[in-house]
Design a protein around this ligand. Structure first.
Ligand code: PGA
Length: 250
């Protein structure tokens, strides 16, 4: 099965000139990376122009966030519908950095539904900020899933991609261990089965948090994941090429 790599550029780079350079390197890596589907999530102001530059079929595009209403008096926001018009096929919903800025499970719920209603694919980010011996993080994950998926009928739930990103591993020095990810993947499927029935078993789950060329292949092999949400390594062309290469061989 093809693995998925979402290149989450976050608020990088500062100029469109640099964005074109990063995209060119990303495109080359994606074209060489047999067996890897690359999804690029640039800052929304660059999205349409980058899409226009690209003629191939190996790269798809995502919004990093989007407002669920198609239009309206929401200064500063960009809607799911506007992203669709710019040819994004995916929307990252409730990334940990958006949650830190006030995104709630309830707003994630509206965004997941709006994305599916626009015939796009939501990448729903979940993850606990810390772990302790009580195992409370499992309850947090279950609640994040339950609320964000409330409006999604059972027949559609497997169209939602889940990105599990433990906040303590984002922008950190180490990723989570594959065996812990494997445990979490089982828990995520089980939680969705409880709310949405057996299609929960088919959820595509990505891992995010300090993924690079040194740890991605091991995580893909042992972590029970379909791919990755990648921050820092996605804007460093050499690292990104090595990352894609490591997965192409896996
Ligand atoms: P990182 O970010 O790869 O830089 O840790 C991951 C993310 O925030 O999606």
């Amino acid at each position: 099965m093809k693995s998925i790599v979402v290149a989450n550029w976050k608020m990088h780079p500062a100029t469109f000139k640099e964005a074109k350079q990063i995209f060119e390197a990303t495109r080359k890596a994606a074209e060489k990376g047999k067996g890897v589907s690359v999804i690029v999530a640039p800052p929304s102001i660059f999205l349409r122009e980058i899409v226009k530059l690209y003629k191939g079929r190996r790269v798809a595009f995502a919004m990093q966030d989007a407002h669920p209403e198609a239009v309206g008096a929401f200064t500063g926001e960009v809607s799911v519908a506007e992203g669709k018009d710019a040819k994004a096929a995916y929307v990252i919903v409730a990334h940990a950095e958006r949650r830190a800025m006030g995104e709630t499970n309830d707003s994630a719920r509206l965004k997941v539904a709006a994305t599916l209603n626009n015939k796009m694919t939501p990448i729903l980010c979940i993850g606990e900020t810390h772990r302790d011996a009580t195992g409370e993080h499992f309850n947090i994950i279950k609640e994040q899933l339950r609320i964000a998926l409330t409006d999604i009928p059972a027949a559609k739930v497997a169209q939602v991609v889940i990105a599990y990103e433990p906040v303590w591993a984002i922008g950190a020095t180490r990723a989570m261990e594959p065996r812990d990810m494997h445990e979490m993947a089982i828990f995520i499927r089980k939680s969705v089965v409880e709310t949405h029935g057996k299609d929960g078993m088919n959820m595509k789950i990505l891992y995010g948090g300090s993924i690079d060329e040194t740890n991605a292949a091991g995580m893909l092999r042992d972590g029970d994941v379909a791919g990755f949400l990648v921050g820092r390594a996605s804007i460093e062309p050499e690292k990104f090429a090595l990352l894609i290469h490591s997965l192409s061989e896996a």
